[in-house]
Design a protein around this ligand. Structure first.
Ligand SMILES: NC(=O)c1ccc[n+]([C@@H]2O[C@H](COP(=O)([O-])OP(=O)(O)OC[C@H]3O[C@@H](n4cnc5c(N)ncnc54)[C@H](O)[C@@H]3O)[C@@H](O)[C@H]2O)c1
Length: 334
């Protein structure tokens, strides 16, 4: 019987991960054997609305507060998915807040795991391709050096390095996965500098106009939520030996430009009346996005069984199947 914690459990990926973990019902335990999930704790600054399930426990709190994290993660915790974060543009705008949540928060999670002496808990950390920066090749690969040029990227890279060191010492069995842009994100735009990529698909398909702050030829490395959640669970369940000493793994994100996203919305609209995309470049957003890799390709991830989307159409069709009805319903009620 396993007790599993998701930090950031009320967020976009935290909610999707919670649903999938409950659907699967089991994970590999600290002894390396699959075991039933008996409790799933969703920790977040905001109260998670669901899923409604007797195994779910909702806890609100601040990941930046070490005492709260020690109350959350204790001797009966077997696995932690650490997703709580202030996202890219948010961490850029709030320097102190970004370090407190994204770096101190990760350190608190690691320290709480280290305090568990009964077993070695597994930890999956949501890192980001923001760990790359500067002059980048067209395609970022396993060999590309990490030289972040944003506070968020520095905070994520620091988290990865801490996970390597705590794992080396045997305090935790950690794995970090470097996510490209995960889309399509349901709900409203967030503070991520990449938020337009979801907006220009989600809004038009819901019948609403969207503003795109980057040029149509701007590429984005993309992955669907379905593949991402599979990756979190795969990263959790793989034996530690398969990661070796480097616990950080890049995921493959397909290259799609803003213009290709717009064309794919048109192709997949069916008989919906779609909203319009207004192209209004914003120099600040364009600069951040220009600093990111337009594509990522990880042979290491492929060799470990991680998969990627076949193209932007698959990503859009997954959004239509999983989230569009709910999106339109919540627009009507707001
Ligand atoms: N979605 C993406 O495209 C993407 C890409 C790369 C990396 N990531 C990383 O994946 C993780 C999940 O991303 P997401 O898209 O679900 O983001 P999200 O913003 O939807 O979820 C993050 C959650 O963290 C919570 N949080 C923020 N500050 C907190 C605090 N002080 N204490 C407790 N909870 C706090 C927020 O309330 C939110 O629910 C994040 O770590 C993010 O950096 C996401």
């Amino acid at each position: 019987m396993l007790n599993v914690v998701i930090t950031g459990g009320a967020g976009f990926l935290g909610q999707k991960l919670a649903h999938e973990l409950l659907r699967r019902g089991s994970l590999v335990g600290p002894d390396g054997k699959p075991a039933e999930i008996s409790r799933l704790t969703l920790f977040d600054a905001a109260a998670a609305a669901g899923p409604q399930d007797p195994r779910v426990q909702v806890v609100t709190g601040d990941i930046g507060d070490g005492a709260s994290v020690l109350r959350l993660i204790g001797p009966d915790t077997h696995s932690v998915f650490h997703l709580a974060a202030i996202v890219s543009a948010g961490a850029e705008a709030d320097f102190d807040g970004g370090y407190r949540v994204n770096l101190d928060g990760t350190k608190h999670v690691l320290e709480a795991c280290r305090a568990i002496t009964q077993h070695t808990p597994r930890l999956v950390f949501a890192s980001s391709v923001a760990v790359y920066g500067g002059k980048l090749p067209k395609t970022v690969t396993d060999d590309t050096p990490q030289r972040p040029t944003t506070s968020y990227g520095v905070q994520k890279l620091s988290g990865e390095l801490l996970i390597n060191d705590y794992s080396r010492k045997g305090y935790v069995d950690g794995r970090a996965i470097r996510l490209p842009t995960i889309m399509v994100r349901p709900g409203k735009p967030n503070k991520a500098a990449s938020t337009w990529a979801s907006s220009i698909i989600r809004e038009p398909l819901s019948g609403v106009d969207a503003v795109c702050p980057v040029r149509p030829d701007s590429p984005m490395a993309c992955l669907s939520p379905r593949r991402t959640i599979d990756a979190f669970i795969r990263a959790h369940d793989l034996p530690a030996e398969q990661f070796g000493t480097d616990r950080a793994l890049l995921l493959t994100g397909i290259r799609v430009t803003a213009g290709e996203m717009a064309a794919a919305v048109e192709r997949n609209k069916g008989n919906r009346k779609i909203g319009e995309i207004k192209w209004q470049p914003d120099a600040a957003i364009q600069k951040i996005v220009d600093g990111w890799p337009g594509e990522t390709r990880s042979e290491r991830a492929a060799s470990l069984g991680f998969t990627t989307d076949s193209g932007i159409d698959e990503i859009i069709q997954a959004f239509i199947a999983d989230d569009l009805d709910e999106q339109i319903k919540s627009l009507r009620s707001s």
